[in-house]
Design a protein around this ligand. Structure first.
Ligand code: A4P
Ligand code: MG
Length: 191
């Protein structure tokens, strides 16, 4: 039995190598995963690193429809990281690609190895800024609403628009809604 698709948001980050190409490769790889349709992508932001000293990141968020369960979707994200040669060394350390599951429908999940919404979504401008391009009122940890969120003192400092959204590979499945600024599949070259 096929389950109805669930709307989910994935956070992408890269601060090693050709960062823009890494984000595009992650979007391309995600769109080739069975049961995942990439609908839209935010712009790409250059962001000051949170954590140990390391190069600046590029961050973006993509919106997907998926027939995968949350665990299988996270596994698909971890597969993309592995296929792109990510080696886990230091927590919050530099990486060619990081793919986080930020939100999965309206669900709140807290299991070993799977926490949704991602527990730090609301604390991090490098996640919130691109996410808000795609979703005005995202599901946040602890039932918070975005209107109540207060970012840490550094606020939006260090989050700079860097590039237009990654291209969305074409797909046969019809897309849903659209908001300005975000690229959708129909904007993609050749779509
Ligand atoms: N895991 C559980 N739930 C999730 C979820 N919703 N999404 C588990 C992703 N992973 C989830 O993640 C550790 C484990 O968490 C995974 O194996 C998975 O089973 P990880 O990606 O290996 O570790 P990490 O990314 O180093 O840690 P974490 O806690 O995910 O850190 P963050 O919050 O992703 O921070 N600064 C800037 N400017 N931009 C960034 O993108 N990223 C980080 C990483 C640090 N500083 C940054 C950025
Ligand atoms: Mg991560």
């Amino acid at each position: 039995m096929t389950r109805p698709p669930v709307r989910a948001f994935l956070g992408l980050g890269s601060n090693l190598g050709d960062r823009l190409a890494n984000l595009q490769e992650a979007v391309d790889r995600l769109s080739r995963k069975g049961g995942v349709v990439v609908l839209r992508a935010s712009r790409v932001y250059e962001t000051a690193p949170v954590g140990p000293p390391q190069p600046d990141y590029l961050n973006a968020v993509v919106e997907v429809d998926t027939t995968l369960g949350a665990r299988a979707l996270l596994d698909a994200c971890l597969d993309v990281e592995a296929a792109m040669g990510r080696v886990r060394a230091e927590r919050w350390g530099p990486r060619r690609i990081d793919v986080d599951l930020l939100g999965y429908g309206q669900e709140h999940i807290d299991e070993p190895g799977l926490t949704v919404p991602h527990p730090r979504v609301h604390e991090r401008a490098f996640v919130l800024v691109p996410l808000l391009e795609l979703e005005a009122d995202p599901v946040l940890p602890g039932g918070r609403r975005v209107a109540e969120v207060r970012l840490a003192s550094e606020g939006l400092v260090g989050v700079r628009p860097f590039a237009p959204p990654p291209a969305i590979p074409p797909s046969d499945v019809p897309r849903a809604h659209h908001s300005p600024g975000a690229r959708t599949r129909t904007d993609a070259p050749g779509a």
